[in-house]
Design a binder for this molecule. Sequence first.
Ligand code: COA
Length: 258
Amino acid sequence: MFQTINTQLENNILIITINRPDKMNALNHQVLAELALAIDDVHGRNNIKAAIITGAGEKAFVAGADISEFLTLSPKQGEELAKKGHVIFQRIETSHKPIIAAVNGFALGGGCELAMACHFRLASNKARFGQPEVGLGLIPGYGGTQRLTQLVGKGRALELMLTGDMISADEALAWGLVNHVVQPEELLPKAIAILQKIQTKAPLAVTRIIKCANAALDKDQDGFELETQEFGACFETKDLQEGATAFLQKRPPNFTGE
Ligand code: COA
């Protein structure tokens, strides 16, 4: 049903592959629209417990927004495009189910921003990260100025955004931009293994942890207050009863997400 992305459900994990390899998987309007629908599926379908976002082909994760769509935009349309990107990427960031990026190649501009909107990132050793917008007379517009600064600190973020340079997967690892660097053939298996481990944990607790971690970076929220409330709310769940009982009975828990 999609034309610019592929989706595949494996072990209750939706693998979303941005699929324009001849254009380095650049994010045009159609990709953004289809990605938004796939994220709706992740949120809404009970048989999907988590998602991975990756890119088709060997070269690119996503090499940015589609530059060919830029030349005719007015300032107002540019603002609207950024807002549209913000909405979709915020829906990824605030998803109540884990969504991780498996960065298989170039993650530039909107591609780096897409990876940063995910809950965390894995990279193949072929991945390259950068925000080259400044070289186009532009700035990052899908949350990059904010999320890059949050993830790697202001000094490193500004150097990357002001020079437009790319960093390697190993540098991204050293900067804390990605959690793991693996061989290309290990990328999806590693991402799936991490998400399968998360699936053995209490689903409501997983959701609450994501919510509280997001609050840490939200100026409008008191993250400590939210953590207090969410911690308390765990005590009305069957999952806490099951988890604590299983621990005391020295057996693995069987969580139902209730
Ligand atoms: N938007 C639109 N088209 C893009 C694109 C983008 N962000 N990135 C790559 N493409 C297209 C190229 O125009 C080219 O199309 P063509 O074959 O019809 O000419 C095709 O993808 C292959 O890219 P090419 O540049 O030939 O590959 P390369 O291996 O020499 O370089 C990159 C790869 C990723 C380094 C280079 O494509 C690049 O710098 N892309 C733009 C990155 C960028 O500025 N992103 C921020 C956008 S806001």
